[in-house]
Design a protein around this ligand. Structure first.
Ligand code: 0CM
Ligand code: SF4
Length: 328
């Protein structure tokens, strides 16, 4: 194959979603408004570059609230927290800013509502993931984690008249979740479906985009960190959809030239927590290896945005405030 034949297919949408954009901006605005240090519980989003860059600017990442000095500013990450964590922060007089993605909060609200209505909740998700810990923490006594298809057999028996509903983590594989749901319905005939899907728009769109290019790619490079659920799912989806090989990398330097031997087309995508600059450096690096023909394949356009936490929104101009007063 001549060098001119070598091609990169860039999946779109890829990279930052509205929830990550809001979470990162929350920390940046908190730094601007309150000055360093600003504390963040866990990683604001699951991306090495984002975390390292913010740490250089004066953000201190902690595992738990009791590591934060009294009265300091603490940001809750995009993945959300349980009520127990909120209570602990309040008890320590911390000034909290909530960067939980509104689409994660939606699942928290569903857990609260269904628990109040007497349901057992079968929560499909990955054990130990922060989002699942926060969501399950809304009603721990009636929430049962289902991790993978094999998790269905591990659930306890329920009486026929017990009310059951399934909910899920926001960043799962759409196809695997469908399989788990079918298995749950087989085991528990009384199981009800939630009114809407919990796998978020960004997770779904990135998986559709990867599927659209996977068959044409001998190799798929997914930019994202190892602890990023949605990024890891993109590797699995790529392989299931026909890519011969797929790798998850944080940085362009991690591309092993051996991966490219005999390869004519490389697919590139990135998880919802990945800044576009990292994708650009991957594409540049591939160009140095002779993959100079770059085609973007777009399967959806995304326009959704989320407002910042109230304390960090820009102050209203006098004109805007007057207008709001007139209309109220
Ligand atoms: O949930 P996941 O591990 O995919 O988190 P992330 O920070 O990589 O992506 C954005 C989110 C959320 C919630
Ligand atoms: Fe929100 Fe989805 Fe982004 Fe997670 S991946 S932050 S749920 S929009």
């Amino acid at each position: 194959m001549s060098e001119g034949d070598k091609q990169v297919l860039l999946a779109a949408p890829r990279g930052y979603c509205a929830g990550v954009d809001r979470a990162v901006e929350t920390v940046e605005k908190a730094l601007e408004k309150y000055g360093a240090p600003v504390y963040v519980r866990k990683e604001i989003v699951h991306n090495r570059y984002v975390v390292d860059t913010l740490a250089e600017r004066g953000v201190i990442f902690v595992d738990e609230t009791d590591e934060v000095p009294e009265g300091a500013h603490l940001v809750f990450s995009a993945h959300g927290v349980s009520p127990a964590v909120r209570d602990s922060a309040d008890g320590l007089q911390l000034r909290t800013l909530d960067a939980t993605c509104p689409l994660v909060t939606k699942v928290h609200n569903e857990v609260k509502r269904f628990a109040r209505d007497g349901y057992h909740i079968l929560l499909i998700g990955h054990e130990g993931h922060e989002e699942v810990e926060g969501t399950a923490g809304e009603a721990p006594e009636v929430t049962h984690l289902v991790d993978g298809v094999e998790g269905v057999a591990k659930l306890p028996d329920f009486l026929d008249d017990e009310k059951l509903i399934w909910l899920s983590q926001t960043t799962l594989s759409v196809d695997e979740t469908l399989q788990i749901r079918q298995e749950l319905h087989r085991r528990f005939p009384q199981l009800e479906d939630p009114p809407s899907d919990d796998i978020c728009y960004a997770t779904q769109n990135r998986q559709v985009a990867v599927k659209a290019i996977a068959e044409r790619c001998e190799l798929m490079i997914v930019v994202g960190s190892q602890n990023s659920s949605n990024s890891k799912r993109l590797v699995e989806v790529a392989l299931q959809a026909g890519a011969e090989h797929a790798h998850l990398i944080d940085y362009a330097e991690q591309i092993d030239p051996a991966w490219l031997e005999g390869v004519g087309t490389v697919g590139v995508t990135s998880g919802a927590s990945v800044p576009e600059i990292l994708v650009r450096t991957v594409v540049e690096r591939l160009g140095e290896y002779g993959f100079g023909d770059v085609e973007e394949v777009t399967t959806a356009s995304e326009t959704i945005t989320f407002a910042l936490p109230r304390d960090l929104r820009p102050a209203r101009t006098r004109k805007g405030a007057a207008r709001a007063a007139q209309s109220s």
